[in-house]
Design a binder for this molecule. Structure first.
Ligand code: GLY
Length: 369
């Protein structure tokens, strides 16, 4: 299968996202033109390493590129200060120099962590993203947001550092657990909701087949999502305006993830899907959006077997006041006022400031609009 290419048009920091089946097996040839010398350092996690590291190492060796790898523990807890210092020190011990390239092989945790380590190592070395989850392929590997979590919240420490190349091998999605795939689908649906009603309708037609394993549909969904993200990032690299739309559903999602301890109870993409529904509820309550939009979203998520509502999260959740307090650490808070990405309808997101906490509480409590 030939790869599709999406350009992220950022001038001197611009790069290509290549999307298609078999890119890991071709990684040596894809990466070789970027290298000043034939060696790379790979950062991955132990679960991904078991599945895909031998293929990547063989591909690199086949192109005459030497590699060394660090396999970190899988899971969100790795994306913290301890994981960062371990990665940076390992890269220094591996004698990664300024002109070398770091490869990030994994999902969003590894991409964000390795990207941030690359951003601060020797004041910045280049890195290549090889995203292995649907979520990382459609969102976190593109756009240069890197960072770690702290006790105060998610992604509060980090840097904008664009990759030199992204290789999204859609073949690796075949090895993803069904739940991770469905969770990543939350970020796919987000793109339709935020800016392209036609794409949302396409997902309504093809989402179930895509999740069931149709390779061409998967590659098309990744390409189309990445193309939307690339266009937004090219216009607003550091999120001074439009890029905030990519955070549709995320203010609710981050609060729900904090409330569930960033655990298996709720995966990030699941939180985003539920958060998108709540953002549409809030939009209806504030008179921005037609009443049928949240129901249409939830009907689609139900149809593909994805989590769609607060009641789909197992166990008890804190009340609305506690969830709103968790939102106060969100990077979208301005002068302590709540700022949300809302929608005027499916395919039409907008940023809204100074949202009354009572409206947010009513949505969380499921009060009728
Ligand atoms: N995930 C949101 C962004 O990259 O801006």
């Amino acid at each position: 299968m030939t790869a599709a290419t999406v350009d992220v048009a950022l001038g001197a920091r611009g790069y290509e996202v290549r999307v298609g089946k078999g890119l890991i097996a071709r990684a040596g040839a894809e990466i070789a033109p970027l290298l000043a010398r034939p060696r790379v350092a790979i950062v991955t996690d132990a679960a991904v390493a078991g599945l895909h590291l031998p293929a990547l190492e063989a591909a690199l060796a086949g192109a005459g590129i030497a590699s060394t790898a660090l396999a970190l523990p899988p899971g969100e807890a790795t994306k913290g200060w301890a994981g960062l210092s371990r990665t940076v020190e390992w890269l220094l011990e591996a004698r990664v120099e300024r002109r070398d390239i770091v490869l990030a092989l994994g999902g969003g945790v590894i991409g964000d962590l390795a990207g941030f380590a690359a951003a601060i190592l020797r004041r910045g070395v280049r890195y290549v993203q090889l995203p292995t989850t649907l979520l990382a392929q459609v969102d976190s590997s593109v756009g240069g947001k890197t960072g770690i979590n702290t006790a105060q919240g998610k992604n509060l420490v980090g840097a904008f550092h664009q990759p030199a190349l992204v290789l999204a091998d859609t073949g690796v999605l075949d090895t993803l657990p069904a739940r991770d795939l469905r969770a990543g689908y939350g970020e796919v649906v987000k793109y339709g909701l935020l800016g392209d009603a036609g794409y949302f309708a396409w997902l309504e037609r093809h989402g179930a087949a895509l999740l069931a394993g149709d390779a061409a549909l998967r590659a098309e969904a990744v390409r189309r999502s990445v193309a939307m993200k690339a266009a937004i990032v090219a216009r607003d690299e550091t999120e001074t305006g439009e890029r905030a739309l990519l955070n549709l559903g995320h203010t609710f999602a981050h609060a729900l993830e904090a409330a569930t301890g960033y655990s298996d109870r709720l995966l990030h993409g699941e939180a985003v899907a539920i958060g998108c529904g709540l953002a549409l509820d809030l939009s209806v309550r504030l008179g921005l959006c037609r009443q049928d939009a949240p129901a249409r979203l939830r009907a689609h998520l139900d149809a593909v077997g994805a989590r769609a509502r607060l009641a789909d999260i197992p166990g008890d959740l804190p009340g609305a006041t506690a969830l709103i307090a968790l939102m106060a650490q969100d990077k979208k808070v301005v002068d302590g006022r709540l700022r949300f990405v809302l929608a005027r309808g499916i395919g039409a997101a907008c940023v809204a400031d100074d949202i009354p906490p009572e409206a947010v509480a009513a949505v969380l409590e499921g009060a009728p609009a």
